[in-house]
Ligand binder design. Structure first.
Ligand code: ZN
Length: 338
């Protein structure tokens, strides 16, 4: 089969579109013929070597949708030809966390890599029927951003009427968070780069306030002016280094800061007193329960949630797709089509 692999960490051009062996489904596994793959920032971190070395070439990609091509022994309830969406969290399935539906706390938890390919093998438990009314590209856009956002909003115990500060609101995770937060009755203060043009579209998705920002700008003062000098209840920070200290400063006493990425760098420093004297909590977010995807996919089919696709590239242009995600002022998800 054809696949996009990375042999050594580096910039987007290290991605290689090449022939590799087609995987064979083992006991309890299914072979998916992929039609679309979602591009996540995680793929860029894997490409850069942030998740460890490269013992062998790695196929990238955690989100995907396609059709069942073959099933292994012991697989029941799934037919060849059925349209499915990949549920990207892999866990042991038998520890106390897995049994409680908290797969990301499982010691064996990891996120699947391998959807930048014509075929992928996953356990039967990692596919979800694809609702009719969605295209493969739309179905492949949901996974990582919506599972992650739904999970941290649950964990942060958000309530209607709370105010949420959202960095990088125009990205796939940002738009997932915005839509899910508005469904819960939150007021959302969206932060975008000063050059971002599609402010009207952010408002259509429910952003109540929009702050334009460049590195070095004081966002805290603007947030305080929007919240009667109280600060927001919850801040969602996917930027890391460029924003994290301001995230703590913009959040109220007793509020929550969700750390869900580090697209500007992972090393941060802040005065600890800012955290403990103000009784704040920091939550780390990394995907979420495997029960989330089957629950939210039907909401897309009913139009209650909207898949937002910024741009689609053919699989062989995965390097251009990465460069687009890294350098452009995107709105939504970047997709690879097969
Ligand atoms: Zn487990």
């Amino acid at each position: 089969m054809r696949a996009v692999q990375v042999h050594e960490p580096g910039v987007a051009t290290v991605l290689q579109y090449e022939e590799v062996a087609t995987p064979v489904p083992g006991c309890g596994e299914v072979l998916i013929r992929l039609r679309a793959a979602g591009v996540n920032h995680r793929d860029i971190w894997v490409r850069q070597g942030a998740f460890g070395g490269f013992p062998s070439p790695r196929i990238l990609g955690s989100d995907g949708a396609g059709e069942i091509e073959a099933v292994g022994d012991g697989v029941v309830g799934i037919q060849v030809g059925q349209r499915v969406v990949l549920n990207p969290g892999l866990a042991c399935g038998s520890c106390r966390f897995c049994l409680a539906g908290q797969q990301p706390s499982c010691a064996k938890f990891k996120i699947f890599d391998g959807t930048y390919a014509e075929y992928a093998v996953v356990p039967q438990s990692n596919v979800v029927p694809m609702p009719s009314g969605l295209t493969f590209a739309e179905a492949a856009s949901v996974g990582v951003p919506f599972i992650t956002a739904e999970d941290f909003l649950q964990k942060a115990e958000v309530q209607p009427g709370m105010t949420l500060l959202l960095w990088a609101a125009n990205g796939a995770l940002g738009l997932a968070t915005l839509q899910l937060a508005k469904r819960r009755g939150l007021r959302v203060v969206a932060v975008v780069r000063s050059g971002f043009k599609q402010v009207d579209r952010l408002r259509q998705f429910g952003a109540d306030e929009i702050i334009r920002w460049d590195a070095g700008d004081d966002v805290v003062t603007e947030v305080m002016n929007l919240t009667q000098q109280q600060g927001v209840d919850i801040t969602v920070d996917s930027l890391g280094q460029a924003s994290f200290e301001q995230s703590l400063g913009a959040t109220r006493r007793g509020g929550v800061v969700v750390s869900v990425g580090s697209t500007t760098g992972g090393l941060v420093s802040f005065e600890l007193g800012q955290l403990f004297r103000r009784r704040q909590s920091i939550i780390g977010a990394y995907l979420g329960s495997s029960a989330i995807l089957p629950r939210i996919l039907p909401l897309f089919a009913r139009g209650e949630l909207v898949p937002v696709i910024d741009h689609t590239f053919p699989l062989e242009q995965a390097d251009q797709a990465h460069e687009h995600l890294e350098t452009s002022s995107i709105f939504g998800k970047v997709i690879l089509e097969l």
